[in-house]
Design a protein around this ligand. Structure first.
Ligand code: ATP
Ligand code: RIB
Length: 310
């Protein structure tokens, strides 16, 4: 039986404008298209994991406004367990304003709203009866006190905690040494180590430094260059399928959701990272955050196509 995945994190409504180029401060860029779709790092990872076949329980605090109500209906449709979804009586639901340019690059401003009220009590209630084996998947769009508490509790119960340290913030030893896997992107790895990550060799140096801070398994995502994996037994770059990127928003979220699923199926880490790269490469070919998350069949078909072309 697959191991359950407890995703603890944010939910936003993404308001996206796609233009030729992103505006500079003070500049107005005309000619864009607008769309609205479900987002938020936690919800994106929960949806990615559920579409890929994971047994997902989502711990999130939405607003009791129209966006929050729509989000809960959406989680149900995506086969996500909503037992621990709460509705904040005061704070509005989270909103992200996103610009995407013609190369698929983005810039994001977030008003966290109810996500900032996902407190320790809500996590304690959700995890108190959970026993190993289970996976806890976290990002950092919720209060850091909650992230730290969830990591401590998960670790003390012998659960496998995956931290996607996004948006970037410095992390203390108390967090790092309790993680099973950490998954920074290039800029997050730079913030954690002071090493500018631009290729496999700088990723190797940064991964080594993060491991020296106490994390057993380090996976640095490298966009179109795939990911770098370092642990006791493996040090190497894992490639991602070459695609034409339309919108990279939530590529990292897709990667993390997929990684959680592969680990919940007890795949070895190297195989899990390759699976996550394949899933994320599909997500960047589509517009939007949750709208871009692939289904399991699509990732499995990509494997078949790759095997046949070799
Ligand atoms: P974002 O912040 O845009 O959601 P991220 O910076 O957290 O993403 P990235 O390292 O850019 O994460 O991408 C995560 C994964 O997505 C990569 O490891 C890779 O597998 C896939 N990916 C991203 N961009 C591309 C691309 N242009 N072509 C193929 N795969 C990609
Ligand atoms: O990682 C992408 C997500 O970041 C978007 O969906 C947006 O809501 C912000 O949280």
């Amino acid at each position: 039986m697959a191991i359950p995945i407890y995703v603890i994190g944010s939910s936003n409504t993404d308001m996206v404008v796609k233009t030729e180029k992103l505006p500079m401060p003070g500049e107005t860029v005309m000619g864009g298209i607008f769309f609205m779709n479900p987002g938020g790092k936690g919800a994106n990872q929960a949806v990615a994991a559920a579409r890929l076949g994971g047994q997902v329980i989502f711990i999130v605090n939405v607003g009791s406004d129209i966006f929050g109500k729509q989000s809960v209906q959406h989680f149900h449709r995506e086969n996500i367990n909503t037992t621990y979804v709460t509705m904040d009586p005061e704070q509005p639901s989270g909103v992200a304003l996103i610009g995407v340019d013609s190369h698929g690059e983005n810039s994001i401003s977030v008003a966290p709203g109810s996500n900032s009220q996902l407190d320790i009590r809500k996590v304690e209630r959700a995890l108190k009866t959970v026993t190993a084996p289970a996976i806890v998947l976290l990002q950092m769009e919720i209060p850091m006190a909650t992230v730290e508490y969830a990591i401590g509790l998960g670790h003390s119960k012998g659960l496998h905690v995956i931290l996607n340290p996004a948006p970037a913030r410095p992390l203390g030893e108390a967090i790092l040494k309790r993680l099973h896997v950490i998954t920074p992107n290039e800029s997050e790895a730079e913030l954690l180590t002071g090493i500018r990550v631009i290729d496999a060799s700088s990723a190797a140096q940064a991964a080594k430094k993060i491991r020296s801070l106490g994390v057993r398994n380090v996976v640095i995502t490298l966009g179109s260059k795939g990911a770098f994996l370092l642990n006791d037994t493996i040090a190497g770059q894992i490639s991602t399928p070459a695609v034409k990127a339309v919108d990279t928003t939530a590529a990292g979220d897709c990667f993390n959701g997929a990684l959680g699923v592969a680990l919940s199926e007890k795949k070895p880490l190297e195989e899990a990272v390759a699976f996550a790269c394949r899933a994320a490469s599909i997500s960047v070919t589509r517009l939007g955050a949750q709208a871009s998350m692939p289904y399991r069949k699509e990732v499995d078909e990509l494997v078949k196509a790759t095997v046949q072309s070799n």
